[in-house]
Structure formats: C-alpha cells, structure tokens
Write a protein that binds this ligand. Structure first.
Ligand code: COA
Ligand code: AMP
Length: 636
C-alpha cells in the first residue's frame, strides 16, 4: 500500500464528512443544496411522503434543465462547449456550446409542448446515442414532463411493457441505431411495440437519420426536425423538488421491470455533490461517461451531472473495440482532452483482449486524463491491475445502482484520495450509511459477508419510489430490514473499512454491465409449448462478467428435436428481450435439482456450471441429479 495515502478508517477528512452527513443529514444536505440554483431555495431537509418514503427538499422549487443549461450561461459558460458528440460509426464529431444546446432544448421543448406535453406528462425515448437523445431528455425536464428512456438494445416487447407502465403522451425515437457497421432500424421495433401495447400515445416524434429512413404513419408520427423548426422556444416550467424528473426501468426479480422514479431537487444536489467528491472534477473540465443514455450511468453522468456542474460532456456513439479498433477510447481521450473517463470493466476487458500490451495506447497522448472510473459490475483485480500498469493513473472502482442514481461507495477523491485496494469499491460515500447485515438483521463482523444495506434516510438523489407501485417499492427495498434499504448485493467490509461488493443475492445478473433479470428470461423460456420447466441463471464469463444459461426440462412425449427447441428458445429470448440479453445457451436436462419443498437449487446449479466445488444441500430431494447435470454441461 502507498503509505502517503489514507485508508477509510484512518482518513480524518473523510470520516469527518461521513459523521456530518450521518449525524446531521438535514444540515449537511441543505448546505449542499445552497450550491445549486433554485427558483425557491428549500428550507426542509428530509421529510416523509404519503407512502412513508423519505423525500428531500419538499419546499424547494427549481427546473433541472434550467439549472443544467440557462444557469450555466448566466454563470458565463455560454460559449463553453457543453456537449461533444463523437460518433465513429457515422464519422461525425459535433460540438454544442451551452448557448447552442440551450437554444435547441428550448425549441425541442416547444415542439413537445405543441404536441400537448406538459408538466407531469410522461415521454418515452427510444433513441440511439445521438445529441437529440440528450436534447429530448432536457426538453422534457424543461417542461416539467417526466422522461423515460428505454435502452435501444431492448426488443419491442420490452418497449411495450414500459409504454404500458409509463403511459406516455409522446414517444421520441429515431429511424435507426448503428451497431458498429450494422444499421438497426428502430421504427419497425417501435411500431411493433405500439401494436403490442394497450396504451396509445398521442404522437411520436421521429428523428430521420440518413442511414435509414423511417415510414411515418400520418396523424401519429411526426418528423423531428420539421416539428422543431416550426416550434417556438418554450420557457422552463418551475417544479417542486419532489416532482419526478424521470422514470428509468430496471430489472428486478420478476418479469415486470421496476420503474425507478427520480425526483428533481434531490437529484440535482446529488449530481452536483458527486462531481466534486466522487469524481474530483472542476467546472470547465471534460467528463466522459462511455455508457448509453438508456442506462442510469448515461442519465447521471452523460447528461445531468456534468451539465449541472458546468463541465463538458462527451456523447460517444461507438464501442471500445471495432470502431475501428481497441484504441478507440484512447483516441477520444486525446481528441477531446478528456479529464475523467467512466466506463464498465467489461469495456476494458474487451480492449485488453484485443490489445493486451496496450500497443494502441502508445499512438495517443492521454496526458489530459487524471483518473479512470469503473462501475456497473465488479472491477475484477486482473482488469484493475492491467489498467493500472498500462496507464499509471488512479483506477477507481465505485459501486452504485439504478435505484441510487449515484455512487454508494467510492474513493472520495474530492475529499481525500485513499489507497486503492483491488476488488474493493473503497468506502461508503458520505451520506450513505452502509451496514452489512446477517439474515437476522444483526451487524456482521469485519470480513464477514452479508446483505449490503443502507440505513435510512438515503441521501438525496436516490429512488423516490417505483412508478405507480408504492407497495412494490416497500416490499422490494424496505421490508426486509426495518430502517434499512436492501441493496440486493452481498458483500463485506474489511478491517480497514474497505467495502467489497461480491455480487447479487437475487435473480438479477449483470451481462457486459447490463442489468438483466433471469426471472424474466425464465418466463419466456417457460412459455415454449414443449417446455415443462426451466431455470435460467448467470454463469461466469471472462469478457462479459456473466452470461445467462438455461436448463430446460421438456414435456413428456415431446417429439420435437432437442436442437430445434434450443434454437427456438435462444431466438425467443433475443426476439422478446433483445440481443443484449446474450442468451445463447439452453441445455436440455431430465430433471432440475430441487429442495423437498420444490425450490430449484439455483446456487448449486451456478456452482456446477462454473466448475466450482459445491456442497450437496441436505434439503435436496434427489442428490444423483447433480452429477447428471454436471455431465450434461460438460458436453456443451
Ligand atoms: N441497439 C441495438 N443493439 C444493441 C445495442 C443497441 N443500443 N447495444 C447492444 N446491442 C446488441 C449488439 O449489437 C449485440 O448484438 P449481436 O448479438 O447481434 O452481436 C448484442 O446486443 C450484445 O451486445 P453487447 O453485450 O454490447 O456485446 P458486443 O459484443 O457488441 O460488445 C462490449 C461487447 C464489451 C464491447 C460492450 O458490451 C460494451 O461496450 N460494454 C460496455 C457496457 C456499458 O456501457 N454498460 C453500461 C453501464 S456503465
Ligand atoms: P444497475 O442498476 O444497472 O446500475 O446495476 C446495479 C448492480 O450492478 C449492482 O446492484 C451491483 O450488483 C452491480 N454493480 C454496479 N457497480 C458495481 C461495482 N463497482 N462493484 C460490484 N458490483 C457493481
């Protein structure tokens, strides 16, 4: 360890911030709230909503888009570049100053208002990584409308589920996305989703890209550019701090995704605070989150936080590899003088696979880069070490979730940089009181693994509910341990105060940094007419972290060829969830291992599939089945 740097327990400045935020949360966060521009400054810290949830700054009033744009112009950043669009797949680089972005957002908000969108209305976005996606989100925020972005890699059925839950007045989409060199038409997917959904939006606004033209349905579909060109700019609409800014659907343990609701005020304060404390940024610097606007990382760190903090943000429509090669990230850093890069470990595992010695890095000057941030899945020590050796930079793992919207644990470089421990996300961010609890709700000893929980109240910016389902919110997150938020991750804290997140304790898996529900895939596989029962679970994968694997029991007397059935199952999941699910393996077995009470033993299945040692559970109804499955899996 570097003796000049502190550890969490030994760091005085960090411990002081944690104590202040933990012991006097109202004082601490009202003081942070004073650092962003409000229409009406809040005087209330945390209070309870009608469902018993913790809500921040209830009497505050603001407009998030105004804060992210107009307020920056007022602070003298009008001519500073706000957004850099870098698209190797279309050979485009485009820069928008704060003044230009503000004007485009105001005009797009005008076009939305012209389609009847107002405060509290929902707008679904199904967009590739183009500036209009960012502009569309901010335009909703300007009107006080609630956006819900659906990741472009999801299939029509997923989009339909979200449309029916959010019930949008308008949908924003584009004619196509581009995956490396493949043009993916989006409009047929949107049309199919609208056919499947029972909710009917009033209108859609479609961005026509030159790579593919979309058929527009008269009366329902409108051309984006034409409507925006004809619109008058709309003024920002004041909203309460507790009003929703967006809904972002994320995978839970069932087939129905959870619509995580984010508020305006707490979110703005958390975004601002995190840019300083978690990322150590200064206004005017260049921040690049190499993610997608369809994920929470994109919401928080491509769009909102960098702009609210006065930085320049990079929107990258490309991959870490193949666009055109594994030097892509280094090229973007050099070209835009990026000061901090944030991506998922899987992206660097892909780079490392193609350029293990970093030969491509040698072609670029990345001296602007101060730190590398990784999240979305566990940063495995080999990838950490490779990045460290290659760049010599701080390589900082941090842990968070769609629900929290920002880092629960990080190396708080804006307060005090701590010595890095591979495999650990370092320490709870001030404001997050993290506890490791055992099954009885008792605190675990240092190094003892348990459920990672956060003591209430959660700090500003965290989930303000599940859209339209307060009961599910309580049940999923707050019912297991009284007074705590259940993260769904398992982990431990070591003797120095370092937090290690070891993986999900539920049916959520993480494939290439994408959060997916095995329960949902199971529902799809089980719907095949020849399938009697099935289990889908995550197995380790060197590149993507995890991949789903399905074990399938066929109905008695099934005459269809097994290979044909497995092909159909793979196609069904791709068709219904999307290519991102990466469900490529289904294995037919005679039976599934179960407890005597009929529960499938998924943990043992995972261990067998990963080739790990496993203990035969005493509750199993038929132990012989395990070796049978092991043999079956080795054949694949
Ligand atoms: N629209 C349409 N299809 C998409 C898509 C999108 N936005 N994103 C991914 N897909 C498709 C891919 O084309 C691929 O299709 P295929 O099976 O026909 O080849 C499939 O979904 C799987 O995609 P992905 O898991 O991304 O695999 P990949 O091989 O294309 O790329 C990585 C692998 C590691 C380079 C890539 O996953 C990556 O960059 N990951 C970073 C993850 C990330 O940003 N996570 C966000 C949290 S920080
Ligand atoms: P998402 O909601 O898509 O951001 O996924 C959140 C989940 O990803 C968490 O619950 C973790 O399981 C996992 N995750 C995110 N960041 C990390 C990290 N730094 N270390 C370990 N797991 C992580």
């Amino acid at each position: 360890m570097d003796s000049n740097l502190a550890t969490p327990l030994a760091s005085q400045a960090y411990q002081h911030a944690c104590r202040q935020a933990g012991q006097s949360p109202d004082t601490f966060w009202l003081s942070e709230a004073g650092r962003v521009a409000w229409i009406r400054q809040p005087t209330t810290g945390v209070s309870k909503d009608a469902d018993g949830g913790d809500r921040w700054f209830a009497d505050g009033q603001l407009n998030t888009a105004w804060l992210a744009l107009d307020a920056q112009i007022e602070a003298g950043r009008g001519e500073q570049v706000a957004l850099i669009y870098d698209s190797p797949v279309t050979a485009t680089i485009q820069r928008f100053t704060y003044a230009e972005l503000t004007a485009q957002v105001a005009e797009t908000a005008g076009a939305l208002a012209g389609l009847g969108v107002g405060k509290g209305d929902r707008v679904v976005l199904y967009m590739p990584m183009v500036p209009e996606a960012v502009i569309g989100m901010l335009a909703c925020a300007r009107l006080g409308a609630i956006h819900s972005v659906v990741f472009g890699g999801f299939a029509a059925r997923e989009l339909a589920i979200r449309i029916d839950d959010a019930r949008p007045r308008v949908i924003l989409s584009a004619s196509c996305g581009i995956e490396v060199d493949r043009v993916i038409p989006y409009k047929p997917l949107l049309d199919a989703a609208l056919d499947q959904a029972s909710h009917r939006p009033d209108a859609t606004l479609i961005l026509q890209r030159p790579q593919a033209r979309a058929e527009l349905q008269p009366g329902r579909d409108h051309d984006w550019h034409a409507r925006v060109a004809a619109a008058a700019p709309a003024a920002p609409v004041p909203v309460q701090a507790t009003d929703p800014l967006y809904i972002l659907y994320t995978s839970g343990t069932t087939g129905k995704p959870k619509g995580v609701v984010r508020d305006n005020g707490g979110h703005a304060v958390a975004m601002h605070y995190s840019m300083e404390v978690v990322y150590g940024m200064k206004p005017g610097e260049v921040f690049w989150a190499a993610s997608d606007v369809g994920w929470v990382v994109g919401h928080s760190y491509i769009v909102y936080a960098p702009l609210i903090y006065g930085c320049t943000t990079v929107l990258y429509e490309g991959k870490p590899v193949r666009t055109p090669d594994a030097g892509a990230f280094w090229r973007v850093i050099e070209e835009h003088k990026v000061n901090a890069l944030f991506t998922a470990p899987t992206a660097f595992r892909a780079v490392r696979k193609e350029d293990p010695d970093g030969a491509l890095l040698g072609r670029y000057d990345i001296s602007s880069l101060k730190r590398l941030f990784l999240a979305g899945e566990r940063l495995d020590p080999p990838t950490y070490q490779w990045l460290k050796d290659l760049t010599g930079l701080p390589v900082l793992d941090h842990w968070w979730q769609t629900e929290t919207g920002w880092a629960i644990a990080c190396n708080p470089v804006g307060i005090e940089t701590m010595v890095e421990k591979p495999g650990s996300a370092t320490a709870p961010t001030p404001g997050f009181q993290v506890h490791i609890l055992d099954l009885n709700g008792q605190a675990c000893a240092p190094n003892e693994q348990g459920a990672v929980c956060i003591q209430r109240p959660l700090p500003p910016g965290c989930l303000a509910g599940i859209w339209g389902d307060a009961g599910r919110c309580h049940q999923s997150y707050f019912a297991s341990y009284d007074g705590y938020y259940l993260s769904g991750d398992g982990g431990y804290i070591d003797d120095d105060g370092y937090l290690f997140i070891m993986g999900r304790t539920d049916d959520v898996i993480n494939v290439a940094g994408h959060r997916l529900s095995t329960g949902e895939m199971e529902e799809i596989v089980a719907s095949h007419p020849q399938v009697a029962e099935c289990a889908v679970f995550g197995i380790d994968d060197q590149l993507k972290g995890q991949l789903p694997l399905g074990l399938v029991v066929l109905k008695d007397g099934c005459k269809q060829a097994p290979e044909e059935i497995t092909r159909e199952l793979v196609a069904m999941v791709r068709e219904q969830v999307g290519a991102v699910a990466c469900f490529r393996r289904a294995v037919i077995v005679k039976r599934l291992p179960k407890t005597r009470s009929g529960k499938i033993l998924r943990r043992v299945l995972r261990q067998i599939a990963n080739g790990e040692e496993y203990a035969v559970p005493s509750t199993i109804d038929d132990p012989g089945i395990l070796s049978e499955i092991g043999e079956r899996l080795t054949l694949y």
